[in-house]
Write a protein that binds this ligand. Structure first.
Ligand code: KG4
Ligand code: ZN
Length: 341
């Protein structure tokens, strides 16, 4: 292909969304079909891997068919990690089958890169909003990571969660309170009715590292519930959400200052959280730092972000004349790795 006008079909199946998307010329999302498995997992208050694999296997073909329609395609991209092994396998087999059938190359991409690159979308258009260097905060149900990003494809991982991911902490606290899964939106909704300073939950900063730890906040909530007969669910939600958000904002801003960046990007399911968006924006602005949040519609798992991550890699390869190595091995614990110089 001599220009960058290629069409990519992306596939996402790392967790509990089965998704396929068509991205044209790194400019425009033509389709982004998402089948959410929430109903399958709801009664367990979390993702059940075996059920997730089965649902991916059942839905992937129809999701791809709907996204592709009668369009032609130049590449198939799929999220090859990190994620649940069963889902990753379904995504890979689907991607390989389609690529073989259509006689196009296949490219595996890192799901977490997708979450950050998703900040480049404005509606369905690719607007390349990210400005580098930046500090990226990936906050989802399965991951919480802080990166220094010099440019597309040049990363230094600064820290990760040592226990629960931020979204997981929201989900577990929601479960303790008898709220529905996924917990993040429910906790946020309740929090609007509560007092943010009602209960002083910890803000674990782990000085000297960029790592996070959220299990302490979750445990503090469970002790509070154990020790109090009468609790105000809105107060617990408001105080918990504030402790989570304060911790995320403080650490991200410390990293931004330390690495002297003027831009922060926030992606992943928890990036939909209104308090996080407001407090991060406000605190960053005070330091002259610009914040780039993913659009709420694309914060959760979706294949458009996977297609865009593939596009960035392919465009870079084309610019530099270095072919992208075709690596389609899946890796449930995949780390983010630099692919540009
Ligand atoms: O990125 P995502 O769709 O899936 C993973 O890759 O893990 O993130 C899902 C997570 C869930 O834990 C959900 O509770 C959380 O994102 N989440 C939120 C909000 N909306 C979704 N957490 C806090 N506030 C929200 N508004
Ligand atoms: Zn995700």
């Amino acid at each position: 292909m001599m220009n960058e006008d290629f069409t990519i079909l992306g596939i996402e199946s790392t967790c509990d969304e089965t998704s396929a998307a068509l991205l044209k010329g790194g400019r425009e999302i033509i389709a982004n079909v998402i089948y959410s498995q929430i109903e399958e997992h709801k009664k367990y208050h979390g993702v059940v891997p075996e059920l997730a694999s089965r649902a991916h296997a059942a839905k992937i073909a129809s999701v791809i068919r709907e996204a592709l329609g009668s369009h032609k395609l130049d590449y198939v991209a799929f999220a090859s990690g990190p994620g649940l092994p069963g889902g990753l396998m379904v995504g890979r087999v689907a991607a390989q089958t389609l690529a073989n059938f259509k006689k196009v190359p296949i490219i595996g991409v890192n799901h977490l890169e997708g979450h950050i690159f998703a900040c480049d979308f404005e509606g369905t258009a690719v607007k390349n909003r990210l400005q580098f260097p930046l500090v990226a905060l990936v906050v989802s149900g399965g991951h919480t990571e802080l990166w220094y990003v010099k440019d597309y494809g040049i990363y230094k991982v600064l820290g990760k969660t040592r226990d629960d991911a931020a979204g997981e902490a929201f989900d577990k606290v929601a479960k303790l309170l008898g709220l529905a899964y996924p917990g993040g939106p429910q906790v946020s909704k309740q929090a609007l009715l509560g007092r943010r300073d009602a209960i002083d939950f910890p803000r674990p900063l782990l000085p000297g590292t960029w790592d996070f730890s959220f299990s302490g906040i979750k445990t503090a909530v469970s002790y509070y519930l154990r020790d109090h007969k009468q609790v105000s669910v809105p107060d617990v939600c408001a105080s918990f959400e504030t402790a989570m958000v304060d911790t995320l904002v403080m650490k991200t801003l410390l990293a931004a200052r330390k690495y002297k960046v003027r831009h922060i990007a926030v992606g992943g399911g928890v990036a939909a959280n209104t308090l996080l968006r407001e407090r991060m924006q406000e605190a960053a602005q005070k330091q002259g730092i610009e914040t780039h949040f993913v659009d709420r519609k694309l914060s959760s798992d979706n294949a458009a972000m996977i297609a865009l991550a593939a596009y960035k890699k392919l465009a870079y390869a084309q610019k530099t004349g270095k072919p992208v190595k075709e690596n389609i091995d899946i890796d449930p614990n995949m780390k983010v790795r630099s692919w540009a110089k």
